[in-house]
Design a protein around this ligand. Structure first.
Ligand SMILES: [Zn+2]
Length: 478
């Protein structure tokens, strides 16, 4: 793993360089052909903060990375096309649709049947409309840092494609994440299996996905491995128990994105109230929506209590939905109410609300300030809305306890754009801290002392990463 010469430029080339070399400009300069600037810092405060942020490793608390071997083979259903368009597929595909790209061009752009170089012609008319977004900036920064290419354009696209192809080889995850992005560990929420037995488990730590345990439920995905025949709710409880007993010691957290299909207002429902509903679901008989909600509620709390028994925090999607032209926006308005109710109902459970509940991040800061067991994760936020993420962090740090904020999660399926996202996060963290000092809310020493906890210390403590790392070194599947 990682043997031989790295093909990616070493991080040392980037580290400390911009601040030291380019005085006189504050906040960022776009390089020619690219809308994705590197940070510049002019004054002593910015420089001191920037150097600290640049040299501090991140714990990446949320990814959907597929295993490296699937990328190397190119055979995976989530790899739409194994060319540079795969970097754009997450999440720029949505911005392309919402900026006006016709469906047939969109399909051709993502298709493995289209020539990779011709794909630029499809993208070119729409690129100026979206090039300034966090999604696009992350891709351009990744192309610069991994392939030495300045901006996506007609002139550069062949080099981007060559860099993409040459970059994929055994060991490249460790290089991209560890050496280029300076990430010490990731937390992966697999979208294929409830828990992925990663061959590099201390780099790609895992959440247990409880989504299919309490939504659906997904009997096939969860009951096959333990080999339990599910005939009633008690059997299903045994299936859930098996996943926690088997993987609880090795997982860092549990994760549910139920918020994509319902409110997170989970009520306590005793098992005897939903045994009949569970049987109807198993038999595929029609189920009343209220009954369906009660079953999901019961199972959510069953999983949450199991997670708490196993010392695992519960991560919940909150806020904005990925995708386009589909979100029932009204659902986002009730999230903070429900989030605070969950915290009050289970004071021993640590709830992690992801994506800062964008765009309602101020409301979530209030919950984190008020509830001991509310944690806020900035995963996805720096690319979703870089300036909102910056404002969130400034407000959070002078409002709520600093030990309960997690400042980075790439939230990607492909590993390469994590580099760009991590760079945007470092920029945002640096700018937020320097601005708090500039405006007199913090002194420089206090700002510098916050860097390590918010970038990795809080995550290490919340998820018990030292203990998990030791355990994962001898994981039974290795
Ligand atoms: Zn995610």
């Amino acid at each position: 793993m990682g043997q031989g010469r790295s093909i990616f430029p070493r991080r040392a080339v980037v580290k400390g360089g911009p601040a030291a070399r380019t005085p006189g400009v504050r906040g960022g300069v776009a390089r020619r052909g690219s809308r994705a600037p590197e940070v510049r810092a002019s004054d002593d405060v910015s420089r001191a903060v920037w150097e600290r942020v640049e040299s501090t490793p991140l714990v990446d608390t949320h990814e959907h990375l597929i295993e490296e071997e699937s990328r190397v083979s190119g055979e995976h259903e989530q790899v739409s096309a194994n060319d540079w368009s795969f970097l754009v597929a997450y999440y720029l595909d949505s911005d392309l649709r919402t900026c006006g790209m016709p469906a047939e061009d969109h399909e051709a752009f993502l298709s493995p049947a289209t020539d990779p170089i011709r794909k630029w012609e499809l993208l070119e008319p729409y690129w100026p409309r979206i090039q300034h977004t966090g999604y696009a900036q992350a891709v351009e920064i990744a192309a610069r840092r991994l392939y030495g290419v300045e901006g996506l354009s007609r002139e550069t696209i062949r080099r981007v494609q060559d860099g993409y192809r040459q970059g994929i080889r055994p060991g490249f995850y460790k290089e991209v994440l560890g050496e280029v992005a300076l990430i010490e560990s990731c937390q992966v929420n697999s979208l294929e299996v409830p828990f992925s037995e990663s061959p590099q488990p201390t780099l790609l730590m895992q959440d247990i996905s409880i989504l299919g345990m309490h939504m659906g439920p997904d009997v096939e995905a969860y009951a096959t491995r333990p080999g339990i025949e599910v005939r009633d709710l008690a059997d299903w409880h045994r299936v859930i128990d098996w996943w926690f007993e088997t993987y609880g010691p090795y997982a860092v957290a549990v994760k549910t994105q139920a918020a994509y299909s319902r409110d997170i207002d989970f009520d306590e429902v005793p098992p005897e109230d939903v045994e009949g509903v569970f049987k109807r679901v198993l038999d595929k008989d029609p189920v009343d929506p209220d009954d369906e909600k009660r079953l999901q509620d019961h199972l959510f709390w069953y999983c949450t209590r199991k997670a708490t028994d196993h010392d695992l925090p519960v991560k919940l999607h909150s806020g904005y939905y990925a995708g386009d032209n589909s979100t029932p926006t009204h659902r986002l308005y009730g999230t903070v109410d429900a989030a605070s109710a969950l915290c009050r109902r289970a004071p021993d459970t640590r709830f992690v609300y992801m994506h800062i509940n964008y765009p309602f991040y101020e409301d979530l800061i209030a919950v984190a300030k008020h509830c001991t067991n509310c944690y806020v994760d900035m995963c996805w936020a720096w690319i979703l809305s870089p300036v909102a993420a910056n404002r969130f962090l400034m407000q959070y740090l002078v409002t709520a306890p600093a030990n309960k904020v997690l400042t980075f999660g790439g939230d990607y399926v492909p590993v390469e754009p994590v580099v760009g996202h991590a760079a945007l996060a470092r920029r945002g963290i640096g700018v937020a801290l320097a601005q708090l000092v500039d405006e007199g809310w913090l002194d420089l020493e206090a700002a510098l002392e916050l860097v390590d906890p918010i970038m990795r210390g809080n995550a290490r403590a919340l998820f018990g990463l030292e203990r998990k790392t030791e355990r994962l070194k001898t994981a039974p599947w290795l």
